[in-house]
Design a protein around this ligand. Structure first.
Ligand code: COA
Length: 374
């Protein structure tokens, strides 16, 4: 047998843990502090709106009053879905279809109606970014209403993305307090340094492919239960446990079986995810408001148990589950909502990638057969 060629002697970074794959100025996680463009997440969640955060992520500065007003107008004008697009998307299957699979297909299909979709100059990037970001919420509501046999509701272009999402989903004006909570959820999920889906968007754009392709890749990546799909799994787990009584036993058994408890652990945060702290408070508040505090209490008990048994802390997906559930949002829409928000971060990453590109092309360490003859 011929001598093996190019056998890599170094260690393999499985899962690329600790590998620094690019420079970025979009968001940072330093000493367990999450910042978007230098602003800490706690401040953004308390004092800004999702639209301001999108502007910040895309422009590296918070907007002044006039900039925000112009940006909202431009962004909101892109929320409308044309009758042709609505008709086409209403024809896609929804029965036994996961909404993330539908959303991935819908976003990919939107490119076919966008004559600018292949353009990569900076102005076109921003235009396509506004189109995609504004349409994500409406697309998710179109899916939900189509599977329920209900007509699509067009957006109110004077209102925020958060207000419109809830209005278009439920077909009635949302409560102002719930709109603010939902807006904060969108802020908290907007970006997170080089997470799996942002990396996926960057890998796709590094071949100088278009923004629709990059976002379609990212949606497919977010879908998995180890990433964005965890929030849905958390709520399914809570429903399965059902009551406080069985919670500790359920978690102990899962850990003893080496199962992963969804909504816990993180590759980067080892001392707690700052977003989970904000969402924990929100979960307590909203479950009290809806008269179902047991969902929060059960979550808090599970939180204590996982910490005690395994030393793991909750991530963004753990308490967001009961927040969305209390808003009466269907459980399988939790991950699509993550995409409705995270698209702003994906786009900021693609802008950065296009501006300073080198194609991603790592190597694999060969462990297969060599020198076979036919
Ligand atoms: N439940 C139980 N054990 C967990 C766990 C969880 N949620 N997360 C990590 N662990 C354990 C692993 O089993 C492993 O234990 P071991 O050393 O005894 O084998 C150890 O902690 C390290 O975990 P690992 O899977 O190597 O961490 P990672 O950095 O590769 O993965 C996550 C990070 C987030 C994918 C992982 O924590 C996870 O799967 N969490 C659940 C899914 C989730 O909530 N995802 C959303 C992330 S925001």
């Amino acid at each position: 047998m011929p001598a093996p060629v190019e056998i890599y002697e170094g260690a393999v970074d499985k899962g690329l843990e600790g590998v620094v794959a690019c420079t970025t100025a979009v968001s940072s996680i330093i000493d367990a502090t999450l910042c978007f463009r230098g602003y800490v997440i706690e401040d953004l969640a308390a004092k800004s709106t999702y639209e301001e955060v999108i502007y910040l992520l895309w422009n590296d500065k918070l907007p002044n009053k006039d900039e925000l007003s112009a940006f909202r107008k431009e962004l909101f004008s892109e929320m409308t879905l044309s009758p042709e697009v609505v008709k086409h998307l209403q024809g896609l299957p929804t029965k036994d279809v996961h909404p993330m699979a539908w959303l991935r297909s819908a976003v990919s299909a939107l490119a076919l109606w966008d004559k600018d979709s292949q353009k990569l100059d900076p102005a076109s990037q921003k235009l396509i970014a506004r189109r995609l970001t504004a349409k994500m919420g409406p697309l998710v509501t179109l899916f939900e209403r189509t599977r329920k046999g209900l007509p699509f509701i067009q957006p109110n272009l004077e209102k925020s993305l958060a207000w419109n999402f809830l209005n278009m989903l439920f077909g009635k004006e949302p409560d102002a307090e719930i709109v603010r909570m939902f807006d904060v959820c969108l802020i908290l999920h907007a970006d997170h340094e080089l997470n799996c889906s942002a990396f996926s968007a960057r890998v796709t754009s590094s071949s100088m492919s278009d923004l629709y392709s990059a976002i379609t890749s990212a949606i497919g990546t977010l879908k998995g239960p180890l990433h964005g799909g965890a929030n849905e799994q958390v709520m399914l787990m809570l429903k399965k446990i059902g009551s406080m009584e069985g919670a500790v036993k359920f978690i102990e058994a899962a850990l003893a079986n080496k199962e992963k408890v969804m909504g816990f652990g993180h590759r980067v945060y080892k001392n707690g995810d700052p977003r989970a702290k904000i969402l924990r408070k929100m979960s307590e508040e909203i479950t009290k408001k809806t008269g179902e505090p047991h969902w929060y209490q059960m979550s808090a008990l599970i939180d204590d148990t996982v910490q005690k048994e395994k030393g793991l802390l909750p991530n963004v997906d753990f308490y967001s589950a009961t927040v969305y559930y209390s808003m009466k949002i269907p459980i399988d829409l939790f991950t699509p909502i993550f995409a409705v928000s995270r698209i702003s971060g994906w786009l900021a990453h693609t802008f950065e990638q296009y501006a300073n590109n080198r194609i991603y092309r790592p190597r694999g360490k060969w462990t297969g057969k060599q020198g076979l003859k036919i």
